[in-house]
Design a protein around this ligand. Sequence first.
Ligand code: PLP
Length: 392
Amino acid sequence: MENAFSDRITDVPKSFIREILKVTLDPSIISFAGGLPNRLFFPVKALQKAAYEVFEEEGGDLLQYANSEGYLGLRQFIADRYRQQEGLEIAVEDILITTGSQQGLDLLGKTFLNEGDDLIIEEPGYLGAIQAFAMYRPRFHPVPVSEGGMDLAALGKVLGERRPKLLYTVTNFQNPSGISYSDANRRAVADLVRNSSCLIIQDDPYGDLRFSGTRKVTFKQLLPANTVLLGSFSKTVAPALRLGWLVAPPPVMDKLIIAKQAADLHTNSLAQRILYRYLCDNDLDAHIATIIRQYGKQKNAMIAAIEQYFPASVQHTNPEGGMFLWVSLPAGVSSMTLFEAAIRKKVAFVPGTPFYVDRKDSNTFRLNFSCSEEPTIKEGIKRLGESIRELY
Ligand SMILES: Cc1ncc(COP(=O)(O)O)c(C=O)c1O
C-alpha cells in the first residue's frame, strides 16, 4: 500500500498540533496549546433561530445546489463591511465564499503553484498555510517577522534572487506570534513587491479582534492588482459554519472559480443562508465588542503573569488583538524540552518548531489566551515559569 500514495501526500507532515492536543485532553492540564475561539461567545440561540427561520421561509429551495461564487446577500454584506471598516471599495464579483479561509489557501495553491515554484512565507508562519501549500510542493522561502513586521532586507533578498509567485502574510495579530505589521512596514513591503510579479496573500482572520491600537493600511489599498485578501467568520461568529471568503482581482478570480468548482462545486449554501440571516438580524459589531473585551482582559492577565513569573531573560510579544502571543527563550534553550517539563507540571503550549518550514527544534513557543479564565491563566503561567526555571 505504501507505494500507492502520491508524493504530495507522503511529503506533507501530519499536523503536529493535533498530536500535541491529544496530550492536553487530560482535564487536569491547563492548556494554552489550543487555537480555538472561546465557545462561550458562539451565538447559539441566535444561529438556532436563524436556521429555523430560513427553513420555515424557504423550504426546498434552501436545500438545492447553488452557485460557485457564493450567496449574493452574504457577498454583499462582506463588501459593505470592507467599505465601512477599511474604506475599501470591493466589487461583489471579486468575492468568493469559501469553506473557511483554509480552503482559500488550498485554492490559491492549486491555482498558482507548480512543483518547485518559489513561495515566500512568514517565519514563524501559520501552520495550516504551510500544510496547505506543501501539498503543491513549492520551494518555501521563509522571511522572518518580528515586532513591527517583516524583515525587509530578507524579503528584498528573496525578491532579488528568485521569482516568487506568492507571498503569504498574516499582517494583523499573526498566528502564531500575535505580531502586527506597522503601517510603515506594510508600505515598505508593498514597495519591494511592486515591481515583481509576486502576488501578496493577506490572510486576515483576526483583524476584527483588535483590543488596542488602530487599524492599519491593507495591501489591497497599496497594491490592489497584486493582492488577494482572505477573511473568515470562524473567529467572529463560529468556526463550525466553515465560512470564509477571498477577494481577488478579476483575472485571478476567473481561475479561482475553476479551482473552486473542481474542489466542491460550491460552499455549503445552507450554512451561508443561516449565517446571512443571523447577520441581518443581529449586530455583529456589538457581538465582536463582547469578544474583544474578554480576550483583551485575558491577554492582559497573561502578560501580567508572564512579567511576574518568567525569568527576565525570556522575551514575549504583546499583541494588540487576536488570540495568541509568542515567547522566546534564550538562544539554545529548547521549547520541546520545556514542553515535556511543563506537561509534568500539568500545563501545555505549542512549541515553535511546526511554525517554521525547516527546523527540528526551536527556542520559541505559542501561548493561546482566548480560552482560559484569568485565574487559570495566572496559575498556568506560574507553573510554566517554574518549568522554565528548571531548565536553566
Ligand atoms: C492565520 C489563519 N488563517 C486561516 C485559518 C483558518 O481559518 P478558517 O476556519 O476560516 O478555515 C486560521 C485558523 O486558525 C488561521 O489562524
